[in-house]
Design a protein. Structure first.
Lengths: 212, 115
C-alpha cells in the first residue's frame, strides 16, 4: 500500500493512517473480533498487545548492525558469534527467544545468502520485520536455484570464483549474514561501523561497498 | 519449470523458477501489527505453535497465497488454531464479527481496543 507521507495531519497533529480510512475488510474485521474475544476471555489485555507491538517496532536492522559492528571490532566476540549466534546476541542484550541463530561469515572466497523457501522465517529479533520481497514466491523459489541471477537483480554481481552458499531457514533455526568488513574502514570505531551496515548486507543481497 | 514433484506441496517453492522479484515494500498498518502481536501472545499462552500456524497456512492452498495478503492469511490461520484449541467457538466469532461490523465502515471506526 502506498505510503501516505506527512502532508495530511489529523486534529491530533499526527498523520492520518490511510489504512484506517479505507473500507473495513473482512480480514480486518476478523482481527478486531479475535483480539476482542481474547481480551474478553482474559487471555491477554489490550495493554499486552500494545506492548508486544512496541517490542516488535523496536526491532530494526540497527540491532543486527550493532551485532556485526561488534564482531568486526572484537575478534573474541566474533569467535563466540560464529560458534553460537544466539548466545552472542544475548550478550549484547538482544532477546533471541528459544530459536537457534547461526551467523554465516562472508570472506574473500565465500558469500552467503539467506532465504526461507517454505515460508518466511527471518532473523526478526535482530532485523525486525522482513522486507516484502523476502516473502515473495519469486525470491523463495529462485534463491536456491539461481542465486547469482537473484543477486544480480539486487545489483550485486558476484565474481565467478567466489563460492556462494545459500542457507534455507526454518522456524527454529535462523541465519544472519556477517558481511565482510571493507579494508577502508580499518580506522573506524564501532558506532561508525554500525551505521555502514545495511539490512540487505545481513540478508546477503548486498555487500558493504567502497568508501562513499 | 514450475512442475511439482509427487508429494511436493505448493508451499515448498525452492527450486521453482518464478519471475523477477518484485521490490515494492510497505510500512505495516496497525491492523497487521496487531495480527503479528496476536500470534506472539497466543503462542506464548500455549494455544498453538508456529507449526500449527504453518499447517493452517499451508492447508489454505496456493489460491490463498495469490489472493490474500500476508497478514490476511495469518489472521485466518490464527483464528483457525484458536477455534481448534477451544479458546472460543465459531458461534462466538460470528456474533462478535456481526457486532464489530455495526461500528463503522472503516478500520479506524471499528477497531476498538483503546479502552
Amino acid at each position: 500500500m502506498p505510503h501516505d507521507g506527512h502532508d495530511h495531519l489529523s486534529s491530533s497533529g499526527h498523520p492520518f493512517r490511510k489504512d484506517n480510512d479505507t473500507p473495513l475488510t473482512y480480514w480486518q474485521l476478523m482481527e478486531i473480533s479475535v483480539r476482542e474475544l481474547m481480551i474478553t476471555k482474559g487471555e491477554f489485555s489490550s495493554t499486552e498487545i500494545n506492548k508486544q507491538i512496541e517490542i516488535m517496532d523496536a526491532r530494526t536492522p540497527a540491532n543486527g548492525s550493532a551485532l556485526v559492528a561488534r564482531a568486526w571490532s572484537d575478534p573474541e566476540f566474533k569467535k563466540r558469534l560464529l560458534k553460537n549466534g544466539a548466545e552472542a546476541a544475548r550478550e549484547l542484550g538482544f532477546d533471541i527467544g528459544p530459536m537457534h541463530l547461526i551467523a554465516v561469515e562472508n570472506t574473500e572466497h565465500v558469500h552467503n545468502l539467506i532465504v526461507c523457501t517454505l515460508c518466511s522465517c527471518y532473523p526478526r529479533n535482530l532485523l525486525g520485520f522482513p522486507p516484502d520481497w523476502y516473502k515473495t514466491k519469486e525470491y523463495r523459489s529462485r534463491a536456491v536455484k539461481e542465486p547469482r541471477s537473484v543477486l544480480e537483480e539486487f545489483g550485486l554481481v558476484l565474481p565467478a570464483e567466489i563460492n556462494l552458499r545459500v542457507h534455507d531457514s526454518t522456524a527454529d533455526m535462523r541465519y544472519i549474514v556477517l558481511p565482510m568488513r571493507p579494508k577502508w574502514t580499518h580506522e573506524m570505531n564501532e558506532n561508525d561501523l554500525a551505521r555502514l551496515i545495511s539490512r540487505d548486507s545481513m540478508i546477503g543481497t548486498s555487500i558493504i561497498g567502497s568508501n562513499p | 519449470m514450475n512442475e511439482r514433484k509427487p508429494g511436493q506441496s505448493w508451499h515448498d517453492m525452492g527450486g521453482s523458477s518464478f519471475g523477477e522479484i518484485p521490490k515494492e515494500d510497505h510500512d505495516f498498518a496497525i491492523w497487521e501489527k496487531r495480527v503479528d502481536a496476536l500470534l506472539v501472545l497466543s503462542s506464548a499462552k500455549g494455544h498453538f505453535t508456529v507449526d500449527g500456524l504453518r499447517r493452517a497456512l499451508e492447508d489454505m492452498g496456493e489460491n490463498a497465497f495469490e489472493n490474500m495478503t500476508y497478514y490476511e492469511r495469518w489472521i485466518s490461520a490464527i483464528n483457525q488454531n484458536l477455534i481448534e484449541a477451544g479458546v472460543y467457538t465459531i458461534q462466538e466469532l460470528g456474533d462478535k464479527m456481526a457486532e464489530v461490523k455495526q461500528r463503522g465502515q472503516t478500520y479506524g471506526s471499528a477497531q476498538g481496543g483503546e479502552a
